[in-house]
Design a binder for this molecule. Structure first.
Ligand code: SF4
Ligand code: SF4
Length: 255
């Protein structure tokens, strides 16, 4: 049994797939999206965040911070411990709800992810993975009820500029995933000021039979405070307004 490193477990999410879901955030991601809303999930190791505005200068850091100014993100857990956290939520998984393994990139901890999925399935819980799709694991994908996969930018050089990697493998993996006949929810974070080619992405996604939904997610700045708390450089983007999003919706229909 492999231990995993989990950043957080959030209950009652309505944004990570169908129905009411519990979202398990894995540590570790191979991308470096400049707009990342979960920057504390990028490093595969536990990290300390320091929120200077919450520090009351009590000098008690060695005993642990009760003001919430210093927090550690990332704890080792077994798959059985993850299941134990999930089980109380099971009565709420109506209308196709269940667990979404997110991050970070859950496939960076493959063995542990497979164990978590197997235990949830044994308990009759629907499972999904939210992935950047740089990696591919046929057994894991086949074991899921659906996959949420991002295609952030169509042009590979622009993708590399803003995420640190080109998108050729991601596009190839979309085609491979489509061939497995596992339902796909495709997503693009909408970042004003970047030429993302959302029209081309929509066209590509409509050519894949198993993409059931294409969601455009407006950028928000909630990751900024965490980035500052991690001591990392910040790139600020503007938040798209309703008109901007409406204009793009015409590319996001599926069939
Ligand atoms: S324990 Fe927390 S509030 Fe007190 S000095 Fe340390 S960081 Fe600041
Ligand atoms: S793929 Fe997701 S978790 Fe990874 S850097 Fe990009 S936004 Fe952050």
């Amino acid at each position: 049994m492999a231990d995993g490193i989990i950043a957080d477990i959030q209950r009652a999410s309505f944004h990570d797939g169908y129905g009411i879901r519990t979202t398990v955030f894995f540590k570790g991601c191979p991308l470096r999206c400049e707009w990342c809303h979960n920057p504390e999930c990028i490093s595969p190791r536990p990290q300390q965040l320091f929120y200077a505005d919450k520090c009351i200068g009590c000098g008690g850091c060695a005993e642990g911070c009760y003001a919430g100014a210093r927090v550690v993100c990332g704890r080792e857990m077994t798959a059985a411990e993850v299941l134990e956290q999930i089980l109380p939520d099971r009565p709420y998984y109506r209308d196709g709800g269940g667990v979404t393994f997110s991050g970070g990139e859950p496939l960076m901890q493959r063995e542990f992810l497979a164990e978590c999925i197997a235990l949830c399935k044994e308990a009759g819980i629907s499972c999904a993975v939210e992935t950047c799709l740089l990696y591919f694991d046929e057994d894991i994908f086949r074991s899921l009820d659906f996959v949420m996969a991002d295609l952030k930018i169509w042009d590979s050089a622009t993708h590399k500029k803003y995420t640190g990697v080109g998108n050729e493998r991601i596009i190839e993996n979309f085609k491979r995933l489509n061939a497995l006949a596992v339902p796909i929810i495709a997503r693009t974070p909408v970042i004003p000021g970047i030429d993302q080619g959302i029209d081309r992405i929509g066209e590509f996604l409509r050519s894949l039979d198993n993409v059931k939904k294409y969601e455009l997610l407006p950028y928000h700045s909630m990751g900024n405070a965490k980035r500052v708390a991690l001591g990392e450089p910040l790139t600020e983007f503007s938040v798209p307004d309703k008109e901007y999003m409406k204009e793009l919706e015409k590319y996001a229909y599926i069939r």
